[in-house]
Design a protein around this ligand. Structure first.
Ligand code: KE4
Length: 428
């Protein structure tokens, strides 16, 4: 497959943009290749600058659940653009999208729009700290909530319960307020809380972990977090930036029947345009400026184009039968890939929640970061590049999630499974 144009453009990009990309995972570093430069898209297909076409399972990392260039979304953005891209003043569209989100997500009584998932989680944490008067937060290793300082933190070594920076530039003084537990381990949460009595403002969790590959919550884990938070006066934040409107119209909280105190959203509610949101109980949200004293703001928050793309997208996915059809496609492709791996003599550990799925290059179950981090990433990289040569565009890292859209057809799924059959034989 010819990648000349992409390579040329990558060299040019690296002069002007750090690492040649505007977000690190796009650089293909963990698969040891140059990234493809994408020229256009349609449905579930993307086309690179060398004219190669691919069945796309990245979908812009989640937003493109209805497929690329859906006519309703394109028209909504075009129509909005003719009246102005941004005013820095309230518009009716913001209330329309807010009400769509409130009607869909069980925990949300009020919602504030922002421009990224990072802004959503950063703001939700500030709101939780302001509401509770507590400084510490608790997160889980292997979960990613964007790149704000409080969240670029990993567990301290040994018995130390306080966090340490997970990136240069994050002051140790910030990191020490962030506790890190193990995903799917209520004991690790209880141990940390016992050492930080009445000091933790919130627990933030991906109710379906999608940033260490796809790792579902084990039976009782989310229920346990809900009970702990209720008993300890801690706010439970579901980070549904990825799972929101993805695994169900009401997100993972609808799927599992657990109601958090706050929810963060992004991706799908912007239909591919920059968006994030955080919402929750009215008594919490009304503490936000200008209603309350906890400050949060954004020049392009509630941007008309993003609101229009989000409204158009939600109006498509809320139609009866949308998620059933997506479930059938997702099951077919995930099970087909797992069978291809097994038949080739290279069994993988396959996970899926709705249209989020992952092939872990692991012979043992993956339920948390320690088990995920044991994966054979070298073989994954070989498989990844072989699948790319077959015209299948997966996420360029073992520790990401693949996404199925409504635009994936049986033909695309058959092509994917045939490619996996060939590629697993290559790497086995
Ligand atoms: P953004 O700031 O990238 O919009 O959202 C951050 C974020 C927050 N919470 C969850 C659960 C997320 O998955 C994300 C971002 N997801 C990654 C994909 N693993 C975005 C891809 C990237 O970083 O380029």
């Amino acid at each position: 497959m010819n990648h000349e144009q992409s390579s040329r453009l990558f060299q040019q990009a690296k002069v002007a943009i750090p690492g040649g990309v505007n977000s690190p995972v796009r650089a293909f570093k963990s698969v040891g290749a140059d990234p493809l430069f994408i020229k256009k898209s349609s449905g579930c297909h993307i086309f690179d600058e060398d004219g190669n076409s691919f069945v796309d399972y990245v979908g812009s990392w989640g937003p493109m659940i209805v497929g690329h260039c859906h006519p309703d979304v394109v028209k909504a953005v075009q129509d909005t653009m003719t009246n102005g891209a941004s005013f820095g003043a309230p518009t009716e569209r913001e209330t329309i999208l807010a009400n769509l989100v409130i009607d869909a997500v069980p925990s949300i009584e009020m919602v504030r729009m922002v421009s990224s998932g990072t802004e959503a989680t950063m703001s939700a944490i500030r709101l939780a700290r302001g509401f509770t008067g507590r400084d510490k937060i608790l997160k889980f290793s292997g979960c990613y909530h964007g790149h704000s300082d409080s969240l670029l933190v990993k567990a301290g070594s040994g018995a130390a319960t306080f966090g340490v920076p997970d990136s240069p530039g994050v002051p140790a003084d910030f990191a020490k307020h962030t506790l890190t537990a193990e995903y799917n381990s209520l004991d690790s949460v209880k141990n940390l809380l016992a050492e930080n009595k009445n000091a933790v403002a919130c627990i933030i969790v991906e109710p379906v972990a999608g940033n260490m590959g796809t790792v579902p919550a084990c039976e009782g884990f989310l229920e346990g977090l809900r009970e702990i938070c209720t008993n300890e006066g801690i706010l439970l934040i579901f980070d549904e930036v990825m799972s929101g409107f993805r695994v169900a119209y009401g997100g993972a909280q609808e799927l599992y029947g657990i109601t958090p105190d706050m929810t963060t959203l992004g991706k799908i509610i912007g239909g591919g345009l920059p968006v994030g949101a955080f919402g929750g109980k009215r008594e919490i949200m009304e503490k936000l400026s200008p209603a309350g004293g906890i400050y949060q703001a954004g020049t392009l928050s509630g941007n008309p184009l993003a609101m229009s793309a989000g409204i158009a997208t939600l109006n498509i996915i809320k139609q009866p039968g949308f998620y059933q059809k997506l479930e059938e496609k997702s099951r077919a492709v995930a099970e087909g890939i797992a069978k291809a791996a097994k038949d080739a003599g290279y069994p993988i550990y396959s996970t899926r929640v709705g249209s989020m799925f992952c092939a872990f290059f692991s012979k043992t179950p993956v339920t948390d970061w320690p088990s995920a981090s044991q994966c054979d990433t070298k073989t994954f990289a070989k498989y990844y590049l072989a699948m790319l040569d077959e015209g299948i565009y997966l996420a360029p890292s073992q520790y990401e999630t693949a996404f199925v859209s409504a635009a994936h057809t049986d033909t695309d799924i058959d092509k994917t499974i045939a490619a996996a059959t060939k590629c697993f034989k290559l790497v086995a």
